[in-house]
Design a protein around this ligand. Structure first.
Ligand SMILES: Cc1ncc(COP(=O)(O)O)c(C=O)c1O
Length: 385
């Protein structure tokens, strides 16, 4: 066992975060109040002028709201990447539509417009894209395809704060973007998410749907308790406690992205020469990564040893993770419902079965990065001999 412990992810919580939360607790409004409103505005500012934001209880809630708002339901199909978190597909299932899975590229983990085009049928209503580990998809090609085929685009931006394609932030290429503030993400609110749209009327409608479909917020009521219900809706609201934490976390985003990028570049420079290791990375300069983690895909003779290598790293004090543990169509629920043929998603399977995600978050120092690289090299050598 090693003395060193480098967790895969650790939320960066400081005194400013703690004070922001306590201040809300001292006041009278804990939910759907001014903190949520301010968080929505300030989050929009880091994305760009076009962003209209709706704070919600999780990214899954935002994704569910997206399909619910679009009126997608039974009989409809939505294209979903096979290599993603199960939430991306669950949101489609939750409205009664069918996720149609497509494989990804091995070197980026992202779906391509060509793969999506091959899966479109007359039942397809929307395309769901995931910016895998914060690496942007080719959104010019995907949105061109969507326009030609009259399809909506829902971007899963769970790991994509700071992700830009051709200078435009993720979430603002498609019709809707969904962000996550779960603890190991770029910024955290404990649990939480943000629904984003370039279309103000979409954001206004989703804002009602996330709060029972009521016609006016608490602040807009002239008589407390007096409101009407104009739509069907959920309770997917964020609390003001979470929003206050999110607002203070936002002030650290530039520093968080700077540290992640530096750590990623340093780790990549130490690992790229290792034989039988592919580093998942952006394909070019116009694809700005948010550097969620550095995922290595083990190839050839190394591949069967993925679990042993990750276990050895853990014993050495290096926290790792797997993004994602199985292609979604191979998970029990989907396998049993739709069937599964391994030959359909070879790249998604290669990433799930052969990759190790290494930490590059703001809690990781330059010395830690050297330690991670040395530990991985040593483990690989020992596994090989
Ligand atoms: C790609 C992707 N989408 C959605 C989610 C779900 O996010 P949340 O936990 O905020 O619902 C995750 C969680 O890690 C994710 O990685």
């Amino acid at each position: 066992m090693s003395d060193k412990t480098i967790p895969f992810g650790r939320p960066w919580i400081d005194d400013g975060d703690r004070e922001a939360v306590l201040k809300v607790l001292e006041g009278p409004i804990l939910a759907h109040g001014p903190q949520c409103k301010a968080f929505e505005q300030e989050f929009g500012q880091i994305l760009g002028d076009e962003a209209h934001c709706v704070s919600v209880s999780s990214c899954t809630a935002a994704l569910h709201l997206a399909y619910f708002h679009l009126g997608i339901g039974p009989g409809d199909e939505v294209i979903v990447p096979a290599q993603t978190h199960t939430a991306t597909a669950h949101a489609v299932e939750l409205v009664g539509a069918k996720p149609v899975f497509v494989d990804c590229e091995l070197t980026t983990g992202n779906v391509t417009a060509e793969a999506i085009a091959a899966a479109i049928t007359e039942r397809t209503k929307a395309l769901s894209v995931v910016h895998f580990l914060g690496i942007p998809c080719n959104m010019a090609a995907i949105t061109d395809l969507a326009r030609q085929r009259d399809l909506k685009v829902v971007e899963d931006c769970a790991l994509a704060i700071g992700t830009r394609y051709q200078g435009r932030h993720a979430g603002l290429w498609g019709d809707m973007g969904c962000f996550s503030f779960y603890p190991v993400k770029h910024l955290t609110t404990g649990e939480g998410g943000m629904f984003v749209s370039r279309h103000p009327q979409v954001a206004a409608s989703v804002s009602k749907q996330r709060a029972f479909g009521v016609d006016r917020s608490y602040a807009e009521r002239t008589l407390p308790g007096m409101y009407d219900v104009v739509k069907l809706g959920f309770n997917y609201r964020m609390s003001d406690i979470n929003a206050a934490l999110g607002r203070h976390q936002l002030t650290k985003v530039p520093e968080i992205l700077k540290r992640r990028r530096k750590n990623f570049e340093q780790l990549k420079s130490l690992l790229w020469k290792i034989e039988n290791v592919v580093i998942i990375d952006s394909p070019g300069e116009e694809y700005e990564n948010s550097y969620y983690c550095l995922s290595v895909v083990l190839q050839g003779a190394l591949k069967p040893h993925r679990n042993a290598i990750a276990t050895a790293l853990k014993a050495m004090g290096v926290g790792t993770s797997i993004y994602y543990p199985q292609p979604v169509p191979r998970m029990k629920y989907y396998r049993e419902k739709y069937g599964y043929r391994p030959e359909d998603y070879p790249n998604a399977a290669a990433i799930s079965d052969g990759s190790i995600a290494l930490p590059v978050g703001p809690h990781v120092s330059s010395d830690d990065i050297e330690f991670i690289a040395r530990s991985l090299e040593k483990t690989i050598k020992e596994t090989h001999t």
